[in-house]
Design a protein around this ligand. Sequence first.
Ligand code: SAH
Ligand code: SF4
Length: 395
Amino acid sequence: MGVTLDLSRAASAAAPTRPNLSGLTRPQLAAALVEAGVVRPEKAKMRATQLWRWIHHYGLTDFDAMTDVAKETRAALAEAFTLTRPEVVERQVSRDGTRKWLIRMAPGIEVETVYIPDVGRSGALCVSSQVGCTLNCTFCHTGTQALVRNLTAAEIVAQVQVARDDLEEWPSPKEDRRLSNIVFMGMGEPLYNLPHVAAAIDIIADNEGIAISRRRITVSTSGVVPELGPLGDQTQAMLAISLHATNDELRNELVPLNRKYPLEQLMAGIRAYPGLSNARRVTFEYVMLKGVNDSPAEAKALLNLIKGIPAKINLIPFNPWPGSPYACSDWKTIEAFAAVLNRAGYASPIRTPRGRDILAACGQLKSESEKMRASERRRLDQAALASQAKDAPAA
Ligand code: SAH
Ligand code: SF4
């Protein structure tokens, strides 16, 4: 299923140590231009606005294509800065159209980003906020990978730019977008990296650039309660909470962070989320684990827990990964669970698993996944060969 990308642009990305302008906030961009002596301070704001459109509306990676910038200035910019993208190490396309990119931000810093068509208005990009994760939710593949480090704002924005390059969606269209929504549901816990997540959202939401409105940006958290207020204040993003259990005993097990911020604190934090209203509901994510959290009694307990909160509930069929200790609930059980919520008036869509064949579905991301897939593939190949002919050579 792997598709090889033309990596010629990536090759040139390896060398330069010149600062990259394409992931800076507006004030940082203006400051960088002045600091490098390319622009006089009194002209910095104007020049930054001009560059901003080229970088974030047109998606340019080459100063030379900035036709309304004087030739000498373009040369000075190219000498001082770069606009190159990080290297796309691997690109995969699922049978259902889901795309997954493995992006190398720096040596040893690899993240996965997933584009899911036909979500939201037209398509959602699932971005990562950290490489690995410090929280060990027992059902999550990323949780088995130790935290390598937080991603910078530029590295978060780069995921959007890489997706836009591949979807050929520059200049940033106002309507009929293929990429209309952003969800922070990739690798990592975004609220453990709030400053960079907030700066990235400022860049992505900027109306003169990528222009994805804050109402179409959702940040998903496992429940870092003290950061909920700051998230709302700083980003005005939509909130999603990975709930998964309705009592502390089970949630302690599934989402160990619950020991630090138990349900009572979490629910109080959600009720106080800035901007929460019927028009801006919180999404509760609930992964359906067979025989663990999927009974009708638990659906009722869920209703009790969230009473009075403007909310929708996303039921996520558990996506298995190699070695995962759970199974996905039966379809009938998921539907019965959803029916209890629906009867109480909640929208509770069952999230159709997307991109499972390329390990791109919720909770399957992990940056060594290529290695794992290769070994899995080898094992499967061997089994297939062995069944065809007993004396077949091992693949
Ligand atoms: N760390 C954040 C965001 C990334 S996880 C958080 O936990 O919210 C994105 C969503 O995928 C979360 O709701 C998470 O609980 C869910 N998820 C993790 N592993 C999963 C799996 N194997 N199957 C289905 N959903 C999973
Ligand atoms: Fe981390 Fe979220 Fe996975 Fe939990 S579900 S381990 S918080 S990425």
